[in-house]
Design a protein around this ligand. Structure first.
Ligand code: F6R
Length: 367
């Protein structure tokens, strides 16, 4: 049941400290300095010797995949491509038995993802699943996998499943990086200690931003368009923030890499355009500052997600949401939480059915 929350979505947003903890349970052994993942370990040579890893997913899971690309390439130095399942399967892709395909799916039933996996399997690729629903179709067809263990997600908009997917991808990247020697022991130890504390960081963010974001949402009930911008790891987080808003509030929203603004979207900016900017200190901060200046000069309304104590971006912003500072690779997990809340409250104030948005189903079993 909803456990005292008005909607499943809000309950699931607030469950994230626990769900992320559950995702790491038995896998992240900080004291021993070990990440235990049987599915990876049993096939570690396949990963290590892979030509490349292809991540296949749809929607929110695809956004998680994009962050997975940044993580695996940075820490394990294995080439990664990320594809929409629906595009991959119809474009005659080049796949060989040297490729590893990772499918990400909360439901484990998404028809396009399933069909893409069948294709990859036929071509001899090793296929790995990151699913939330145990014993789902995708979980059963894969050669190996890791369940996210986020618990049942009832709200149609994916929240805790997304952060659980990011947690698994982080564990995989660190484990592979440690194994193949690209991630040195000292850095590995410090990263896993930080990962272990992420549930606490999320708890802090929920406490610090919940009421504030609720207030901010009130100012945007009548808004018809939104832009979400981020760079690096937070570019996919911007895509995900925009998707959350559009699917439950029916407000048009677009996510963009902040630097792409000047190649088109900047033409949209005037005093009526709210722009959510994810600008933590670690991760191209100076570049983001100049993007914010460009927006400010055109009178865009800036909602900034920044680290505590931030000055430069905050001074130019109309609304400032503070999140704790983390290593760059963890910032999308932390930054996503206030963006989930923002989408949720805007939708609630618009009277939308947040748990069951129009035209959407929890698992998309049609192509
Ligand atoms: C958005 C959302 C969808 C799903 C997509 C894939 O909040 O829930 O975009 O992420 O339909 O679903 P799964 O992960 O079940 O394959």
């Amino acid at each position: 049941e909803k456990g005292g929350y008005e909607h499943f979505m809000l309950k699931e947003i607030f469950e994230q400290p626990k769900s992320i903890h559950d995702t790491m349970r038995g896998r992240l052994l900080v004291d021993e300095g070990v990440i235990k993942m049987a599915g990876i370990w049993d096939h570690v040579e396949r990963f290590k010797n892979a030509n490349r890893i292809i991540i296949i997913a749809c929607g929110t899971s695809w956004h998680a995949g994009l962050i997975g690309e940044y993580l695996i390439e940075e820490y394990a130095r294995i080439p990664v491509e990320v594809e929409y399942a629906s595009e991959f399967r119809y474009r005659n892709p080049i796949i060989t038995d040297k490729d590893v395909v990772i499918a990400i799916s909360q439901s484990g039933e998404t028809a396009d993802t399933m069909a893409a996996l069948k294709l990859a399997k036929e071509k001899g690729a090793f296929i790995y699943g990151i699913c939330n629903v145990v014993d789902s179709s995708i979980a059963r067809i894969t050669d190996a996998g890791s369940y996210t263990h986020a618990g049942p997600e009832i709200g149609v908009a994916s929240t805790k499943a997304f952060t659980a997917q990011l947690t698994i991808l982080t564990l995989i990247a660190f484990k592979l990086g440690k194994h193949n020697g690209n991630l040195g022991n000292a850095e590995f130890m410090s990263l896993i200690a930080e990962l272990d504390a992420i549930p606490k960081r999320i708890e802090e963010v929920l406490n610090a931003t919940h009421e504030q974001v609720q207030e901010i949402a009130k100012d945007f009930v009548e808004t018809t368009n939104f832009l979400y911008l981020g760079r690096g790891y937070n570019y996919p987080a911007a895509l995900e923030g925009a998707l959350k808003l559009k699917e439950i509030s029916y407000i048009h929203a677009e996510g963009y890499p902040a630097a792409e603004m000047k190649h088109g979207p900047i033409a949209l900016i005037d005093e009526n355009m709210p722009i959510v900017i994810i600008a933590p200190k670690k991760g191209h901060y100076d570049k983001i500052v100049s993007n914010v200046q460009e927006i400010k000069a055109r009178k865009g309304k800036i909602i900034a997600v920044v680290n505590k104590g931030d000055r430069q971006v905050s001074e130019m912003s109309d609304y400032v949401i503070e999140i704790p500072e983390t290593s760059e690779c963890f910032s999308p997990i932390v930054a996503s939480v206030p963006l989930q809340l923002l989408a949720y409250y805007i939708a609630v104030y618009r009277g939308a059915n947040v748990d069951q948005p129009r035209n959407l189903a929890k698992s998309v079993t049609v192509e």
